[in-house]
Every structure is written in C-alpha cells, then in structure tokens.
Design a protein around this ligand. Structure first.
Ligand SMILES: *Cc1c(COP(=O)(O)O)cnc(C)c1O
Length: 374
C-alpha cells in the first residue's frame, strides 16, 4: 500500500523501460552490428509502422517534435509575412516553429472544456496573411477539429495538427495527425510514445508534402550533394528508430491504461465543487498524456500533495502571450481570458500507464481530504 513515505512521481519512465529491457537491448545491439547510425532501414521501417498506427498516410521521421512542426510549415512554404494561428496555452515549441519560418504567431483563446482552440473565436483573428491554423491536442484531448476544418476550408487555409501529446487519440474513429493536411508528433521520452532521446515525425496523406519534409530534414537534398533549397539537419537516429519500433506495438495498451487511470481519477473526484474536470469533445477519444484538473487554492493543494509525497506539475504556468520572449507581439494580461484563468488553476496529477489504480484512487482521496471532503 502507498504510505506517506513513498514518493509518487508525476511520470515514471523507468517502469516502462524495465519491462522492455531485453527487447531494447536486442534492438540496440542490432543497430550497433549494422553500422548504420543515421537513417537506414530501421528508420524506414519505423516510418511505415508509425503511419500504419495512424491509420494510413505517409510518415517522415525527424529529429524532434519541434522540427516536425517547423519542417511541415516550411514544406507548406510558410515564411516571412505569413501568419499562423495557434493557442497561447501550449509548450513554447509550437510558437518557436512558427517564428523560425519567419512567420508570425497569432494566438486565439481556447475552450474551457478541453483547453483546445476555440473555433468560435477563430474567424476574428484571421487576416489576409493567415496561411495555417495550428491547433494543439493538449494533454492528449483532441480539439474540436470539425469546426476548425470547416472554417479553414471556407478560407482556403491549411490545418496542421500539433499532436505531440496525442499519439493514438481519435476523432470519430480517425486518429489525430490525419485530420488536417499534416500531423506533427514528438517522441521526447515523456510523451505517450517516447524514445531514449529526441525524436519526432510528420504524418500526412499528401505524399508531396512528406517528400518535401524528407528533403528539408536532410539539408534540402534528394541526392547526396545536390541541394535544391536550404534545409536543416533533423534526421531520426537509427538507434532511436529501433527503440521506437520496440515500443510502438505497446502504445495502444499504454493508452488504454492511461484512459483507465484517467477514468478512475474522474470518478473519484466527481462531485467535488472545488475541482473542475476537463470534458472531452463528444466523439473524441483522448489519450490523456497528462491528467489535468482545475482546482481552487491550487498552490496550497500542490503543497499539501507534496507533503503526502505526491509530485504534481503545471502545464503550463505562463501562457505564451505573457512570456517575456513574446512581449513584442503586444499582448497584455486579459488578452486571452480562458487561457489565463486556466494557468492560475491547473494542476497535473501523476499519470503513466504503470501507476497502480489504487494509487490513483489514493491520490484522489488526498485531494478530497485537502478540501475536507474525504
Ligand atoms: C513536446 C511538445 C512539442 C515539441 O516536441 P519536442 O520533441 O520536445 O521538440 C511541441 N508541442 C507540444 C504541444 C509538445 O508537448
């Protein structure tokens, strides 16, 4: 049983690795013996397997999730003078990928139910310079993509999905990453599918777009020393591809385990007026990268949980429009009320596929106890 002296981490990567240690050792050995360390058959095989996981399309593996976003925008020829619409309550990588192309990030506020892009506020931020709408499936909860796509189609804009937190989540049965022109994934160790370092991928039904990403990830070349454009060096290491191939067959079961644990939290915290839960868009199947609630007296709750040995997180404490680096975009407090209110109240509770359900229920009990509602 869990006691006060046990430390419960926010995520535990070790549990997953020890279960797969032999297979991972074999995969690493295979790569060492092959003598191929960048690209090669492992990467090509992973690209096929990950596209199949996403229910089809074509996949280009890249160095990390940030580059997946950046190279997709480059492949769409987004650049200086263009605007890309995204949300302020995301990891900074989403905005960095936009500014690195020379384009300007334009923020739109989010829906309180999911903290995903609010389609009803989209129209008013569009301008003649808008090229791409870039929603984020935050915490593994799919955004209200149908309304976003409808507007994008009417305005002739591309939708690119930031699916870095949502591998395997679906909307009406279609996996995220296949809902817009391209989906961008991260395989950073803590993601739902994580490797032993950095990794990322772009998935798309548009083979020409993927071909462009493949060229851009490799110094803008198709042939060894013939460069059509200037690209970057952002290839997936062979070792990382081999590790990802060991893990990918387990991803569905891990996502199911996450859903079961999220469900246990939801049931155990139901009816607690000090806590608001997220409500997935009907027809969507989340994969709960993080389990986030909004809580009264959030900071005191965090401290009380820390006293119980329970680690928590805040994803993310400062919305991008209020970050020092984006001061030049000219937004102040009050610009995006839903995202700003969320930042004050959100708390991420421990969630990973291997956390015992009884530990989840005990954590929920400690939350109730904090409010005197045990
Ligand atoms: C992790 C993450 C990224 C960036 O992925 P990296 O692999 O770390 O570069 C982008 N967007 C979101 C929402 C993320 O969570």
């Amino acid at each position: 049983m869990t006691s006060r002296s046990d430390h419960i981490p926010l995520i535990d990567l070790g549990a997953q690795l020890s279960n797969l240690k032999d297979e991972i050792d074999d995969a690493i050995k295979r790569v060492l013996e092959s003598g191929v360390f960048v690209g090669g058959e492992e990467v090509a095989a992973f690209e096929e397997e990950f596209a199949a996981f996403c229910g089809g399309g074509v996949c280009a593996a890249v160095g990390n999730g940030t580059d997946a976003l950046y190279l997709t925008l480059r492949a769409l020829e987004v650049g200086p003078g263009d605007e890309v619409v995204t949300v302020p309550n995301t990891f900074i990588a989403t905005a960095e990928a936009i500014t690195r192309t020379g384009a300007r990030p334009v923020f739109v506020d989010v829906m309180p139910q999911t903290f995903g892009m609010d389609p009803n506020q989209l129209q008013e931020v569009l301008s003649p310079s808008t090229r791409v709408i870039l929603p984020v499936h935050l915490y593994g909860l799919p955004v209200a993509i149908d309304s976003i796509k409808e507007l994008a189609a009417a305005e002739g804009l591309a939708v690119v999905e930031d699916a870095a937190q949502a591998h395997g989540a679906t909307v009406d049965g279609t996996p995220v990453g296949r809902l817009g022109v391209a989906g961008c994934f991260s395989f950073y160790p803590a993601k739902n599918l994580g490797t032993l370092g950095d990794g990322g991928a772009v998935v798309s039904d548009d083979a020409v777009l993927i071909e462009r990403v493949r060229m851009l990830r490799n110094h803008g070349r198709r042939e060894k020393y013939l460069h059509e454009v200037e690209g970057v060096n952002s290839r997936l290491d062979t070792l990382q591809a081999a590790v990802l191939r060991v893990k990918l067959p387990h991803l569905r079961a891990w996502n199911t385990a996450r859903r079961d644990r999220a469900q246990a939290y939801r049931e155990a915290l139901e009816g607690l007026p000090m806590v608001q839960q997220l409500r997935p868009v009907p027809g969507t199947e989340p994969v709960w990268h993080l389990f986030v609630i909004q809580a009264d007296k959030r900071d005191a709750l965090r401290a009380a949980l820390a006293d119980d040995g329970i680690a928590t997180g805040i994803h993310y404490p400062v919305p991008l429009h209020l970050q020092p680096v984006y001061a030049s975009l000219g937004f102040g407090p009050g610009a995006f009320p839903v995202a700003e209110a969320a930042a004050e109240r959100i708390i991420s509770l421990p969630l990973y596929p291997e956390i015992p359900l009884e530990t989840v229920r005990w954590i929920a009990e400690r939350v109730r106890a904090f409010y005197g509602k045990a």
